[in-house]
Design a protein around this ligand. Structure first.
Ligand SMILES: Cc1cc2nc3c(=O)[nH]c(=O)nc-3n(C[C@H](O)[C@H](O)[C@H](O)COP(=O)(O)OP(=O)(O)OC[C@H]3O[C@@H](n4cnc5c(N)ncnc54)[C@H](O)[C@@H]3O)c2cc1C
Length: 256
């Protein structure tokens, strides 16, 4: 059992059964979750699973670093820092598991997971990045990611850290799941949400931060629930569509 009101970074949810995947031969009906930094889970959600700690490891190969999918981003960041390796400097600022980061092609501006990725172990098979589609916060990966190999690039770039901490300064410190919507081409979800008057708008304490309009935050101290989060997300989507004719795509993953 997992209490999602504690597990998810947004701290909204119920207590649900969750299986543990420990092997490539897992039940294919299961729906994998990572560390819950980009998730909303319905009280009716079924067949949820997490990866076992067996996949929390970092090891070196010839020209690559292999990282298990249940390894925390900050642990991988520290490994790269300690070993003077480049390409993943931004993940020190990105909460989540390596599996979640790869699946989401997580990133900050032009710094994205795909840039340093070499190959991904999906359901036990190693697939080269060349054979996978990666774009802004999207990948073609459907199975469970068990591990990922990153190119071994000498030289951790300390100078980038200032840039990432500057970017973080404009983000709210309250409970959140990060960006709620992807930025539409040529525009910003935050600008659109603000333009329809929903910056700082909450239903039962869940809504769009008054500091950063695209951040879905929970300021309720315990009363916000899944339905309120869905209502506020749908309302923003509708208002933006009605006013601008733009259908925003959700970045937050909703497991119904
Ligand atoms: C304060 C804050 C700031 C954030 N800032 C950013 C940012 O700047 N840029 C950015 O890109 N993201 C950002 N995020 C979102 C979050 O950091 C990323 O989406 C991260 O990749 C989530 O990882 P997770 O392990 O928590 O995945 P989860 O949220 O648990 O899951 C996300 C998705 O990944 C899938 N998944 C997880 N593990 C696996 C696996 N092993 N195999 C296959 N699929 C899997 C899940 O099914 C789900 O679809 C932010 C979040 C917060 C709370």
């Amino acid at each position: 059992m997992i209490d999602f009101s504690r597990y998810l970074s947004l701290k909204i949810g119920s207590i649900l059964p969750v299986s543990i995947i420990d092997d490539y031969a897992y039940d294919k009906n299961l729906r994998i979750i990572g560390f819950g930094y980009n998730l909303l889970v319905s009280p009716q959600a079924k067949n949820l699973a997490i990866l076992s700690d067996r996949f929390d490891y970092i090891k070196e190969g010839l020209g690559f670093i292999e990282i298990g999918a249940s390894t925390r981003s900050t642990k991988a960041y520290k490994y790269f820092l300690d070993n003077d390796l480049g390409g993943l400097e931004f993940i020190g600022s990105l909460p989540g598991s390596i599996g979640g980061l790869v699946k989401m092609n997580a990133g900050m501006k032009e710094f994205e997971i795909k840039n340093t990725l070499d190959s991904v172990c999906i359901d036990g098979d190693w697939i080269s990045i060349e054979d996978l589609d990666f774009s802004y916060r999207r990948t073609s990966i459907n199975g469970v990611i068990f591990a990922a190999r990153f190119k071994k690039i000498k030289g951790f770039n300390q100078k980038l850290l200032d840039l990432f901490s500057q970017m973080r300064k404009v983000q709210p410190k309250t409970l959140s799941c990060g960006s709620c919507f992807k930025n539409p081409v040529g525009d910003y979800a935050g600008r659109l949400i603000e333009a329809v008057g929903m910056k700082g708008f909450y239903i039962n304490g869940v809504g769009f931060s008054d500091k950063h309009a695209n951040f879905l935050v929970n300021v309720s101290r315990g009363i916000a629930d899944y339905d309120s989060a869905i209502k506020v997300i749908e309302l923003a989507n509708k208002k933006v569509f009605d006013n601008f004719g733009i259908e925003m795509e959700k970045e937050v993953i909703i497991l119904e």
